[in-house]
Design a protein around this ligand. Structure first.
Ligand code: ADP
Ligand code: UDP
Length: 266
């Protein structure tokens, strides 16, 4: 199971290079439903959700020396300097210790993106892009009711413009690398999640997490030894047939055995 992170709780140790985490950037306009869908992904796919906006708001609350600057930027819908946000993200990843993160609402411009990749040496596995009309996002933000200082019509319009001018180019950049998974986010929450889930399910070819390491397919029940060679190099078979693929044979050879030793045992 994953979790939602409360910023600034534990001491950070180690380095991000050691952790080498899987990262998915979750992007989309203000109110497109990023946070809502991240909560669903966390429940089902074992990711930790890091909202860059939440980390910045926590930094304001903590009384940090950057607090006033961050607060002023957020009230104006402007993008906080990269080094501030990246430090918060790095710290949150290291403190958390999970190795799978949804980074929500970051990178917001090309400079954010380039700085993050340069500092952390992390490239996202893919970018989940919630595509939603301004009218729908405006309706949602005005009804969000979380007491956010930037959810007023004047700041909302500024945020839309910043998204168009600065954040869409980031999505275009990753699109040119084949890394964008676009979701029609204008639909009801459950329908949007159906599309999201399909992307995270391991069998989906659009999902580009590292494939799990192959486990040697050693099956001891043989109904027809002649089938062994015919099935060589295949994945797991049906009906109790044994399959010795190359990995299995390598594994056996490390134990000083061959597939015929296993056959004798069974
Ligand atoms: N698919 C949806 N349909 C209707 N309302 C939604 C949907 N997704 C999210 N909301 C609501 O819209 C508001 C903004 O959603 P949120 O997840 O906070 O967006 P973001 O993180 O992209 O700013 C919240 O009040 C949320 O409950
Ligand atoms: O990487 C980030 C994330 C957020 N913000 C600021 O935080 C505000 C709120 O962002 P958040 O992602 O919380 O909300 P959204 O705009 O998606 O509703 C933005 O308008 C920016 O001012 C920022 O500067 N850099």
């Amino acid at each position: 199971m994953g979790e939602v992170v409360d910023a600034g709780k534990k001491e950070a140790n180690g380095s991000l290079a050691d952790l080498n985490p899987t990262v998915v950037f979750v992007l989309g306009g203000p109110g497109s439903g990023k946070g809502t869908q991240c909560a669903n992904i966390v429940q089902h796919f074992g990711f930790t959700h890091l909202s860059a906006g939440d980390l910045l708001r926590a930094e304001i609350k903590s009384g940090s020396e950057n607090g006033t600057m961050i607060s002023n930027m957020i009230k104006e819908g402007k993008i906080v300097p990269s080094e501030v946000t990246i430090k918060l993200l790095e710290r949150a990843m290291l403190e958390n210790g999970n190795d799978k993160f949804l980074i929500d609402g970051f990178p917001r411009n090309e400079e954010n993106r380039a700085a993050f990749e340069a500092v952390t040496k992390i490239e996202p596995s893919f970018v989940l892009f919630f595509d939603c009309s301004d009218e729908e996002m405006e309706r949602r933000l005005l009804g969000r009711n979380q007491g956010r200082e930037d959810d007023n019509i004047e700041t909302i319009r500024k945020r839309f413009k910043v998204f168009q001018d600065s954040s869409l180019p980031v999505i275009e950049y990753y699109n040119s690398k084949g890394k964008v998974r676009k979701i029609d986010a204008g639909r009801p929450v459950e329908e949007v999640y159906e599309s999201v889930k399909a992307i995270f399910e391991p069998k989906n070819e659009k999902c580009c997490f590292p494939a799990p390491a192959p486990t040697p397919a050693i099956v001891t029940k043989i109904s027809d030894p002649m089938s062994i060679e015919a099935n060589n190099n295949n994945d797991a078979g049906d009906g109790g047939f044994s399959i010795f693929d190359q990995e299995s044979e390598l594994f056996l050879s490390l134990l000083g055995l061959t597939k015929y030793d296993i056959l004798k045992e069974s």
